[in-house]
Design a protein around this ligand. Structure first.
Ligand code: HXC
Length: 516
């Protein structure tokens, strides 16, 4: 065979590999409203940037006639490319090839991109669409999963890892996404569960559909397993690109700075009037975030889960920041088990990847009751406390209104190494609210007085005057300054600029033992 024929053969082989499981299966994939693996990568990556690895890999199994069922690439498309010019490693399972099921060789391909990503220091984005372990391969498929999980673990905190779930993801296969930093699911076409509806029915007798058991809405609202749900794959892929724009390549780098077109000293008069006179009335923390960050642009993470706390990414003077904020509009912004877990993981992610934290506080306390105590709110609340306390990235805290008791401490207080702690004049930093305090301190006196209601009101007023303000904390230096609310954007940006060269190191240890 001459050189030209050899080149022709290569071109033909490539074309064959690009067809995956063949045209019929591609049509079936499209009929489900799904893209193929290659189409997904073409949308995810900058045009023409994809460099594919291992296009000619085939599985090695001979069981159940598998030697006659071979496909070039073996059910996963892997390689690297760029997003807005920045390098990422990718893999996308190809459902058209034996249901995207994971073989020994597919696992080797995925491990290769993960190893490359670690060597080079670039993120891994995985698109999952698979029937799980390739049944014909038995333990080799299980070993393959384990190899992937091990790499997920070692890469955690070193390179960002993002999982898109664009189809089935079941059995132990769900653990790879669960080990990554962000999980995104498509509505109606993806699901994640450890055991499917049939096994559930056999074991517990429960009748449940795939969607009810592990659809996107379940995992973004109830379980918290997934951070984002999207209406379709296009939205999902563009969301991954957007998310990545806030992240650095690895734990030794900083997130890319964008040119800031929003004046840093922009005053927002609405902030001087946003806190209602009645302390029990809510307002929308999203309005505050929008008024403070660059161009009002905020990428909320975990938006449908534990809405009493808001987390997400924004930029301040072009610098990527992680925002953590209580939401008075939802359950009065109280901290509970889910809110603590949600925020703690986010704080740890930001800390691992050098993204400064801006915390906006309006928290009445931890949610009381047996439901929370039996569920282990002590341990879960401690996670958030721990996450803030161990974080060494710049931390700027602004207390808007309530900041009581344990929740005051947890929400990035000065003693948990908050770097710059501001308060608005409306801040109330105290052990507890006036209602509770007056009743605990003066129960007997109030009961015995001629007019208990009046006596209670008087004691509350006394307590309010003494404690429910920012100046008591400021007097001790627990608050660095009391600031005019409309000036918050400028003050936070200036604090972050001041902290740019911050260096803080935790004691050396094998690893920590945070309360899991
Ligand atoms: C081998 C598989 C497969 C698998 C699907 N296929 N899953 N082949 N191993 N795990 C094949 C099908 O035989 C079929 O081949 C093709 O992929 C497409 O599958 P369909 O069933 O036609 O598609 P659909 O109707 O959309 O159903 C998708 C599905 C279903 C719901 C995912 O295929 C399914 O239930 N698969 C089995 C899921 C499962 O139990 N996996 C093992 C989990 S245990 P043809 O040639 O007909 O097109 C596990 C352990 C991991 O994963 C542990 C890790 C620690």
């Amino acid at each position: 065979m001459g050189q030209l024929e050899k080149v022709k053969e290569l071109i033909e082989l490539r074309a064959k590999a690009r067809l995956g499981g063949g045209e019929k299966r591609i049509e079936a994939q499209h009929a489900k409203g799904k893209y193929t693996a290659r189409e997904r990568l073409a949308i995810l990556l900058d045009e023409g940037s994809f460099e594919e690895f291992d296009m000619f890999v085939e599985h090695r199994s001979t069981n159940f006639g598998m030697d006659k069922q071979k496909f070039l690439g073996d059910g996963v498309v892997t390689g690297c490319g760029t997003i807005e010019g920045r390098l990422v490693y990718v893999f996308a399972q190809d459902f058209t090839v034996i249901g995207g099921s994971l073989s020994e060789t597919m696992a080797l391909k995925i491990c290769k991109v993960m190893d490359m990503a670690m060597k080079v220091g670039a993120p891994v984005i995985g698109i999952n669409d698979s029937g799980g372990a390739r049944i014909q391969e038995g333990v080799n498929a299980l070993a393959g999963y384990s190899e992937i999980f091990q790499r997920n673990i070692l890469a955690s905190g070193v390179i960002p890892q993002i999982s898109g779930i664009f189809g089935p993801c079941a059995g132990g296969a769900v653990y790879s996404p669960a080990l990554t930093d962000f999980v995104l699911m498509t509505e109606g076409t993806s699901y994640m569960f450890l055991t499917g509806p049939k096994v559930v029915k056999t074991v517990t007798g429960e009748d449940v559909t795939q969607e009810e058991l592990g659809g996107a809405s379940v995992h973004t609202t109830k379980s918290g397993v997934a951070h984002f749900s999207v209406a379709n794959e296009d939205d999902g892929l563009s969301l991954i690109r957007h998310l990545y724009s806030f992240l650095p390549q690895n734990n030794m780098e900083e997130a890319p700075r964008k040119e800031c077109t929003d004046p840093i000293a922009r005053m927002e008069d609405l902030l001087n009037e946003i806190i209602p006179d009645n302390p029990n009335k809510p307002y929308d923390m999203f309005e505050v975030i929008g008024a403070v960050v660059d161009n009002g642009e905020f990428l909320e993470v975990h938006g449908n889960y534990a809405k009493n706390i808001i987390i997400g990414f924004a930029r301040m003077n072009g610098q990527s920041v992680g925002i953590v904020a209580n939401q008075p509009k939802y359950l009065a912004g109280v901290l509970d088990i889910n809110a603590s877990r949600k925020a703690a993981r986010f704080v740890r992610f930001c800390d691992a990847f050098n993204i400064p934290l801006v915390t906006l506080v309006d928290v009445p306390g931890f949610l009381p009751g047996t439901g929370q105590e039996y569920g282990g709110v002590i341990t879960h609340g401690a996670k958030l406390l721990y996450a803030y306390g161990e974080a060494t990235v710049p931390k700027v805290t602004v207390t808007l209104r309530k900041s009581y008791g344990g929740s005051h401490i947890v929400m990035s207080c000065k003693q948990l190494r908050g770097d710059i702690n501001y308060a608005w004049p409306t801040a109330e930093i105290a052990v507890m609210g006036a209602d509770g305090a007056a009743e605990v301190l003066y129960a007997k006196e109030i009961k015995e007085s001629e007019n208990p209601a009046e006596a209670l009101a008087a004691k509350k007023a006394e307590y309010n005057k003494l404690f429910c303000n920012p100046f008591n904390a400021a007097r001790y230096g627990y608050i660095d300054d009391v600031i005019e609310p409309r000036n918050t954007r400028f003050r936070v940006i200036r604090a972050l600029e001041q902290l740019r060269t911050k260096k803080q190191v935790n004691p050396s240890k094998k690893h920590d033992n945070l309360p899991l």
